[in-house]
Write a protein that binds this ligand. Structure first.
Ligand SMILES: [Zn+2]
Length: 445
């Protein structure tokens, strides 16, 4: 799950309010042994935190491919194997110098998000000027600029210096883009000044291409081949922290985030392949690069017709008991389609339910790969059990196998295998998401 910009926020939810049922009374669809083996490997130190662009994430991709092969999935039409490889553009800031009203601005009071290779602005006609006074909402103004795209200079009152520094650090990490369709820049200047008489802005960036890989396997439908049910999770994580002086743990294992979801889709694939009676086509996608901007799902969504996707079950952080109890799961965006309601009808006879996201303020609907498909109208939701408000391991090196509750995780996967039967057999079709009610991607950062 993505960290939210500046503030650390995040979550998902579905759940059952009744006393928890034992696995045996619920079902016996998912092999505990196979699940344990998959998560143990994917979360192991051997994979060094599965960072996007690393060699280690390729080893993880190979493992997932092998599992899909053993299970008997087939590649997407037109692909020779399970790997869906593509490139993205990385843009790193190199230089930035601003002189405002005849005075050079010190580097610590400057920040920039730019997809332009070179900036050489000499007058105010070359960009739009924004003045963010001490009572203005800086976050909101930047978000509006980002939605509109284009070229901008923002003069920001020092009252916002803390937030300014947050954005400055974030932008300094560079930008990644699936395409350079929207060329634009925001240059931020922390200053008491509120108007521009003369200005000079000189900046440059280094633009490079790098490859990434999703792993996608298909179980073709027996009757409604055209209709797709998508099960997904992201298999990338944060890599390693800079090595400390002592022998501290430097590997971000991402056991919960999101080796747990990746393990779930592998084992759901195994279950439905054994069952071999799926009316609809089932697609299992392990996405790359979620943590750095959701590029795996964004590329994937352009390789098929989103109208064919009946539902997306995105699984994020299910390795620990939810606030509704062990084995319970919740979903994001419950009110954006009737998927949750339909799934719960299926769960009623099992005396369980999927809960609504208990952390609406965390914006979790937008913080995982489901949002990309939802923007295209797909009833696309994330299913999770994380207690994000309390989780001490979120995006820490301590998010490792030892911190998980495998029994609880197993029960969540069992629940999802039961809850989604109606999607698989074609008996339920959720309403589409209203795309007008969903925020788009920013154009600059
Ligand atoms: Zn994450």
């Amino acid at each position: 799950m993505k960290r939210s910009l500046i503030k650390y926020t995040a979550t998902l939810a579905v759940s059952l309010s009744l006393p928890f049922l034992s696995t045996s009374s619920l079902a016996n669809n998912i092999s505990f042994e196979s699940m344990s083996q998959d998560i143990s490997y994917l979360a192991s130190d051997q994979l060094k935190g599965r960072a996007s662009f690393s060699e280690d994430i390729d080893v993880a991709a190979q493992y997932i491919s092998q599992r899909f092969d053993e299970i008997g999935l087939v590649p997407l039409a037109g692909n020779k194997n399970f790997k869906q490889t593509f490139s993205i553009t990385s843009i790193m800031p190199k230089e930035l110098a601003v002189s405002l009203n005849g005075q050079a601005i010190s580097a610590k009071n400057l920040g920039m998000a730019s997809t332009l290779e070179q900036i050489d602005w000499q007058n105010t006609q070359e960009f739009t000027t924004h003045v963010i006074g001490k009572d203005d909402n800086m976050r909101q103004v930047l978000a509006q600029i980002n939605q509109s795209g284009g070229k901008h200079v923002a003069l920001i009152n020092p009252a916002h210096s803390k937030l300014f520094n947050g954005y400055r650090r974030y932008f300094a990490q560079g930008l990644n883009k699936l395409s350079l369709d929207h060329q634009g820049a925001i240059v931020m200047v922390l200053t008491e000044q509120t108007s521009i008489n003369t200005i000079k802005v000189n900046a440059s960036t280094a633009i490079t291409k790098q490859t990434l890989t999703n792993v996608v396997g298909v179980l073709p439908g027996k009757e409604k081949k055209q209709e797709i049910v998508l099960y997904s999770a992201h298999y990338d994580h944060l890599g390693t922290a800079p090595t400390g002086e002592d022998n501290t743990d430097v590997i971000y294992n991402g056991a919960d985030d999101d080796a747990s979801g990746t393990t779930a889709i592998i084992n759901l694939a195994q279950y439905f392949a054994n069952k071999a009676d799926n009316a609809r086509t089932l697609m299992f996608s392990a996405f790359t690069a979620e943590e750095i901007g959701g590029f795996g799902s964004r590329y994937f969504s352009k390789q098929l017709n989103p109208d064919d996707v009946v539902a997306m079950i995105n699984i994020e952080m299910i390795g620990k008991p939810s606030k509704f109890g062990a084995g319970n799961v919740w979903m994001t965006g419950m009110d954006r389609s009737n998927l949750g309601q339909l799934l719960n009808e299926n769960l009623k006879m099992k005396n369980t339910q999927i809960y609504a996201d208990p952390y609406p303020k965390q914006n979790l609907f937008y913080r995982s790969d489901n949002a990309t498909l939802a923007r295209l109208g797909v009833p696309a939701h994330s299913f999770s059990s994380t207690q994000l408000d309390k989780d001490q391991h979120y995006h820490q090196t301590s998010d490792d196998l030892a911190s998980l509750d495998l029994q609880s995780m197993h029960q969540v996967i069992e629940s999802l295998s039961i809850a989604t039967h109606g999607l698989v057999d074609g008996s339920i079709t959720p309403t589409r998401v209203d795309v007008n009610k969903i925020k788009g991607h920013g154009k600059i950062y």
